[in-house]
Design a binder for this molecule. Structure first.
Ligand SMILES: Nc1ncnc2c1ncn2[C@@H]1O[C@H](COP(=O)(O)OP(=O)(O)OP(=O)(O)O)[C@@H](O)[C@H]1O
Ligand SMILES: [Mg+2]
Length: 307
C-alpha cells in the first residue's frame, strides 16, 4: 500500500522469516556459523534458544537456503505431538514410504533411510522449531533418534529451536541423557542499539532505499530501539506501523513524533490520543478531516503486520 509512496520495491518490514532480509548481526552470524559447522562436522545435536521474535526461525530459514546440495533437511513446526506422531511426521517430511505400523517399525524404516543416505554421502538434518512445546516424552524420543549412528559418525543432525521455556524443560532431571547429547547450544539475545539501527537500515536497503535517513530520522531510529529493546519482530511491527502512519499523514521522513504515536497505539492506550488525532497535509499541517477510515487501516496494520 505505501510501497509507491516511499519508492520501495517491496515491503521492508514484513514479519515473515524471509532469508532475503537476513541481517548479519554478530550474534545471528555466530549462530549461523555454529549451525553450519555442526552440520558439516556431523556433530549431532544443537539447541538454539532465544526470546520471542529474536530471530530463531529466520536464522534457520537462512541456513536452509544456503546448505550444500548433498544435504536433506526436514523442518517440523508442529510440536504438539506424541512420540509416535513425531516419528510419523519425520518420515513424512523426508518422504519415506512406511508411515503405518508400530513405532518400532517406523524407526527401523527411518534407520534404513539414514544408512542409505550415508552411503550416498547425503547429510540428513532434522530441524524442530517451536521445541518449547515438546513434551519430555517426545524429547526423549528425539534423543533416541540422535542415537542412530555408526561407530564413526552421527547419521542425523538435529537442531532444536525454542523459546526460553525450552531451557527449563531441558533442565528436568529425567532429561539428563538428553542434555548430555547436546553438542552446542546458543541463546539469541535481542539486538544492541547499533545493530538495531543497522538492522532497520539494512532492511530498507534490501527494498532499494539508498538513503535510509530520508525514510527514518536518526532520532526516530533511536526511539524505536528504546521502545523495542532490540527485538527484531517488534522493530518490524514498529517500523511498519510508522511507515503506514507516515503515508497516511503524507509525512516523510518518519520522525520521533510518529514513533511516539505508534508506541501509544501499540500500548493499546487509545483514550486521549485517539480523539486528538487528525490527518496532516504534505506540509505537516493538521487538516481536521474525519479520521475513521485511516484509524481502521492502522489498527489492522498493527495486528496483522501484513499489507
Ligand atoms: N537477523 C535477522 N535479519 C533479518 N530479519 C530478522 C533477523 N532476525 C529476526 N528477523 C525478523 O524478525 C522477525 C521475527 O523473527 P523470527 O520469526 O525468526 O523470530 P523467532 O525467534 O523465531 O520468534 P518466535 O519465538 O515467535 O518463534 C521476522 O520478521 C524476521 O524476519
Ligand atoms: Mg520462530
Amino acid at each position: 500500500m505505501y510501497k509507491k509512496f516511499y519508492g520501495f520495491s517491496d515491503k521492508p518490514f514484513n514479519t515473515s522469516p524471509d532469508p532475503r532480509f537476513f541481517y548479519s548481526s554478530s550474534r545471528h552470524t555466530e549462530v549461523l556459523s555454529g549451525l553450519w559447522y555442526a552440520i558439516e562436522e556431523r556433530k549431532g545435536f544443537v539447541v538454539i534458544m532465544g526470546d520471542i521474535g529474536a530471530g530463531k526461525t529466520t536464522v534457520c530459514r537462512t541456513l536452509m537456503s544456503k546448505l550444500p546440495k548433498n544435504t536433506k533437511v526436514a523442518l517440523i513446526t508442529n510440536t504438539h505431538l506424541t512420540p509416535r506422531e513425531l516419528i510419523a511426521e519425520v518420515l513424512e517430511e523426508f518422504d519415506i514410504e512406511a508411515r503405518s505400523g508400530s513405532k518400532q517399525k517406523l524407526l527401523s524404516a527411518f534407520n534404513h533411510f539414514l544408512i542409505q543416505q550415508l552411503e550416498a554421502d547425503v547429510n540428513v538434518v532434522l530441524i524442530i522449531d517451536e521445541a518449547q512445546n515438546l513434551s519430555a516424552k517426545t524429547l526423549e524420543e528425539i534423543r533416541m533418534l540422535s542415537n542412530l549412528e555408526t561407530e564413526r559418525e552421527k547419521l542425523i543432525q538435529i537442531i532444536l529451536l525454542g523459546q526460553p521455556q525450552l531451557k527449563s524443560k531441558l533442565q528436568e532431571p529425567r532429561l539428563e541423557q538428553f542434555r548430555q547429547r547436546i553438542a552446542f547450544s546458543y541463546f539469541i539475545e535481542p539486538l544492541n542499539k547499533q545493530d538495531s539501527a543497522d538492522y532497520i537500515r539494512h532492511r530498507l536497503q534490501v527494498v532499494g532505499c539508498e538513503e535510509p535517513r530520508l525514510i527514518f530520522t536518526d532520532e526516530a531510529i533511536d526511539m524505536i530501539y528504546q521502545h523495542t529493546r532490540g527485538t527484531p519482530r517488534l522493530i518490524n511491527l514498529f517500523c511498519d506501523s510508522a511507515l503506514l502512519t507516515g503515508f497516511v499523514e503524507n509525512s516523510k521522513p518518519i520522525t520521533t513524533r510518529i514513533i511516539n504515536e505508534v508506541a501509544r497505539e501499540r500500548s493499546l492506550d487509545h483514550r486521549p490520543q485517539h480523539t486528538e488525532k487528525v490527518p496532516h497535509d504534505a506540509a505537516g499541517q493538521a487538516n481536521h478531516a474525519p479520521v475513521a477510515i485511516t484509524e481502521d487501516i492502522k489498527t489492522d496494520a498493527v495486528t496483522t503486520g501484513d499489507r
